[in-house]
Design a binder for this molecule. Structure first.
Ligand code: ZN
Length: 287
C-alpha cells in the first residue's frame, strides 16, 4: 500500500519512516551543546530566579498556493488548544489574535525546503519580532517533511531564521494522518523552546541531557505496546508518549518535569524577551 504524505509517495509507511523525513530540526554538535550548558550554568549563577509563568504570543503565517494550504479559524483554534493542553501543566500558555493572522498566496514559497532561499525570503518578509513572538509558518514543505524549528540558542546568531515551520496538513483536520492531530506543532515548539529529541545521540552520547527521559537508540514510530522499545539501559522503557519522540500524534501526551525545567532555563537564558508582565519571574532570595 502506498503511503502518501504531503505529495511525497512512499511505498509504505515503513519507507516514510526509514526516509527520516519527519522533523528537520538541526542536530546540534557536541561543541554547541557544551556552549549551551556553560551559558545556562553561568546565567543560573547570576540570576537567582525562576520562571513562574509565561504567555507566548503566536504569529501565524499561512503560505498557500491558491486555496491549497489555507487554514480555517476553527483549525487554528483547535491547534492552539492542542498546544496549550501540552504546555499548560507548568504555566506555559500560547495566545494569538485572530485579526493578526497572515495568509500569503505565494506558490514560490509554498513548497519551501529547509534552509532554502524560499524559506529565507518568506521569513525576511513576514517575521514579527522574534524576541517577543513565536512565529509559526505553515506551507507544503518539500519531500514529505513534517516540520522544523530553530533552537533558542541559535537566535542571537540568526534572528531572521527564528521560528517554527510545519506542514499545513498536520493541523487538526488536515489530511496528514496519522500526523494530523496537531502534535507536529507541539513537537517543533518543543525544539523552539530548547528541547532535544528523546533519542538524541542514541545510546552513545549525552542523550537529551535530561534524567527523566530514558535514553533510547532511535526514534520510535507508530504507537507500540509496552516494552523497552530500544531503551539503552536494562529495565528502562523508551518514552513513547513523549512529544519529543516520533510516535503518532494520537500516542503523544507527555512532557516531563525535566523537560519543563530545561525550557525555563532556555527561556531565561535566550528568550527573556518572552517574559512580559510582573508575575513572569519569581526572584529567589540570594543567600
Ligand atoms: Zn524534532
Amino acid at each position: 500500500m502506498v503511503f502518501k504524505i504531503n505529495r511525497a509517495e512512499f511505498s509504505s509507511k515503513e519507507e516514510f519512516i526509514k526516509s527520516g523525513r519527519r522533523c528537520g530540526a538541526p542536530n546540534p554538535s557536541d561543541l554547541q551543546r557544551d556552549r549551551v550548558r556553560r551559558e545556562i550554568a553561568s546565567l543560573r549563577q547570576s540570576i537567582k530566579g525562576r520562571v513562574e509563568s509565561v504567555t507566548i504570543n503566536v504569529q501565524f503565517h499561512h503560505i498557500t498556493r491558491g486555496s491549497e494550504g489555507a487554514i480555517t479559524e476553527e483549525q487554528r483554534k483547535k491547534q492552539m488548544d492542542v498546544l496549550n493542553q501540552a504546555y499548560s501543566r507548568k504555566g506555559i500558555k500560547f495566545t494569538y489574535k485572530p485579526e493578526s493572522v497572515v495568509t500569503v498566496n505565494k506558490p514560490a514559497w509554498f513548497s519551501m525546503g529547509m534552509g532554502s532561499i524560499a524559506e529565507s525570503e518568506a521569513k525576511t518578509e513576514l517575521q514579527l519580532a522574534p524576541e517577543n513572538n513565536l512565529n509559526i509558518y505553515t506551507a507544503e514543505l518539500q519531500s514529505g517533511l513534517l516540520g522544523w524549528a530553530t533552537f533558542p540558542f541559535d537566535m542571537a546568531g540568526n534572528p531572521k531564521r527564528d521560528g517554527v515551520v510545519v506542514l499545513y496538513s498536520t493541523f487538526p483536520g488536515g489530511d496528514a494522518a496519522p500526523y494530523n492531530e496537531g502534535q507536529t506543532l507541539t513537537h517543533e515548539v518543543g525544539h523552539w523552546l530548547g528541547l532535544y529529541h528523546t533519542f538524541q545521540g542514541g545510546c552513545g552520547g549525552m542523550g537529551d541531557e535530561l534524567d527523566d527521559t530514558p535514553s533510547h537508540e532511535g526514534p520510535v514510530f507508530g504507537c507500540p505496546g509496552d516494552g523497552s522499545n530500544g531503551a539503552c539501559n536494562p529495565g528502562e522503557k523508551a518514552p513513547i508518549h513523549n512529544y519529543m519522540n516520533y510516535t503518532d500524534d494520537g500516542c503523544m501526551n507527555e512532557f516531563t518535569d525535566g523537560q519543563f525545567e530545561r525550557i525555563f532555563d532556555q527561556i531565561l537564558t535566550y528568550r527573556s524577551g518572552l517574559l512580559i508582565g510582573p508575575d513572569a519571574i519569581i526572584m529567589e532570595n540570594t543567600p
